[in-house]
Write a protein that binds this ligand. Structure first.
Ligand SMILES: *Cc1c(COP(=O)(O)O)cnc(C)c1O
Length: 415
């Protein structure tokens, strides 16, 4: 594939493009502190301006006034499925009844991986990438430990998938976009390869939904999980989502069999019977306030055309790659559009200190050990001129060597 970078352009030319861009208006939907250039929406999305008011309404009106009645009257009970359908329709390419918003990504992974494993009895291997987000591997470890005879098999890279797929493969667990490098896999093509081996695929979409639109149904995906607090802007610790394709739902049994997944929840029977459809993937009482914050964020998402978001994301990452091309850093994010998510990762042995020096200048990115600086580009609230300013800041931090100052050597518990 060819390299796809734009012709270098000036900050003024970028400002003119921003002014003519319909997505640029959505920036006003977010509260961003003055003097901050936020390139970490891939770790924690920004605060939508409408979220505090919506939360106040839910807290004071639905909780304070409505009390227990709000489970029925305010629709709390159906919130996981309602938000799941909205997310599915707008960003995941999933028809209604296949997505629920609940629990954390890690917990949802345990549920769908457990369901997938039970749909492939006799097969023993769960394939995953060694460089996957660690919680994915920890969950695969914990789950296979509960199914005697099954085990995780780690691939050095997704490129080794064909060699590893075989008659013993039960499930393949893959990140659609790599959290470190921003590398994007082909969802439909990879899913087809897994299916050809008779196995099922579980997609981790943490760096997908809100970064680029996808078509889970059209790709024939089996199961997927993803989180609400990154690109979706649902707030710290926002509930996550899970997708289970219609065709698997009747036969699927997930292992966290709580009362919210029961067929007759309010009959209070002593024995578990799974509810019909996607509801059987719920476990316990939904986090109503967390769901309310995510709902406000989805309202903003529905103002944006997903195709325009993707086009702008690629333009912003192209621009950043180009404006930093001559610096003493090594880009590890693929240049081909078809293989790139919505972030740029640059390698430098002192990456942690450089990111700290950038943060001191108000340019917030993050760092992933051992040597990657990550910059997330979220088209809902970043402009082209922001990309120029971020690249200039990086250029100055490197040129002045200010990152060598002792104060930038300190590491917080969260990097
Ligand atoms: C952020 C992230 C997670 C986080 O899981 P939690 O249960 O929300 O802590 C999982 N997988 C990937 C790929 C991620 O990027």
């Amino acid at each position: 594939m060819t390299q796809e970078l734009p012709v270098t352009r000036t900050r003024e030319a970028s400002a003119a493009l921003d002014a003519a861009d319909p997505l640029h208006a959505l920036r006003a939907e977010f509260t961003l502190p003055a003097g901050v250039l936020y390139l970490d929406g891939n770790s924690l999305g920004a605060l939508p301006r409408r979220t505090p008011g919506h939360l106040a309404k839910v807290v004071e009106g639905e909780w304070g006034e409505g009390l227990i009645r709000s489970w029925n009257d305010a629709g709390w009970f159906h919130q996981p499925g309602r938000l799941g359908d909205r997310l599915g329709a707008h960003l995941l390419g999933a028809a209604p009844g296949q997505v629920v918003v609940c629990d954390s990504t890690s917990v949802n992974l345990f549920k769908v991986l457990g369901a997938a494993l039970r749909l492939r009895p006799g097969r023993t291997a769960v394939l995953a990438e060694r460089r996957a987000f660690p919680t994915d591997l920890y969950i695969a470890d914990g789950l296979t430990a509960l199914h005697p005879g099954t085990r995780p098999v780690l691939l050095d890279s997704a490129a080794d998938l064909d060699a590893a797929l075989g008659p013993d493969t039960a499930v393949v667990l893959l990140s659609h976009v790599d959290y470190r490098t921003g590398e994007l896999l082909d969802l439909a093509e990879t899913t087809a390869r897994v299916h050809a081996a008779g196995a099922l695929v579980v997609w981790d979409l943490c760096h997908t939904a809100g970064a680029l639109p996808i078509e889970l149904d059209a790709a024939g995906a089996d199961f997927a999980v993803g989180c609400g607090y990154k690109y979706l802007n649902g707030g710290p610790g926002a509930p996550a989502y899970l997708y289970a394709a219609h065709r698997h739902q009747d036969a699927a049994r997930q292992p966290l069999t709580g009362w919210f997944g029961h067929a007759r929840q309010f009959d209070f029977e002593p024995g578990y019977r799974p509810a019909d459809g996607i509801t059987r993937f719920l476990t316990g009482t939904p986090p109503v306030l967390g769901l309310a914050a995510l709902e406000a964020a989805l309202d903003v998402w529905e103002l944006a055309d997903p195709a325009a978001v993707r086009a702008k994301s690629l333009e912003l990452t192209d621009l950043f790659l180009e404006l930093t091309a001559d610096l003493d850093v090594e880009p590890v994010t693929p240049r081909e559009h078809a293989r790139r998510g919505s972030q740029v990762a640059l390698r430098h042995p002192d990456g942690h200190r450089i990111v700290q020096a950038l943060i001191a200048r108000g340019v917030i990115g993050d760092f992933r050990a051992p040597d990657l600086m990550r910059f997330g580009f979220t088209p809902l609230y970043l402009s082209r001129t922001d990309v120029h300013d971020a690249a200039d800041a990086l250029r100055e931090v490197l040129a002045t060597g200010e990152w060598r100052e002792e104060r930038f050597a300190r590491r917080g518990e969260v990097t």
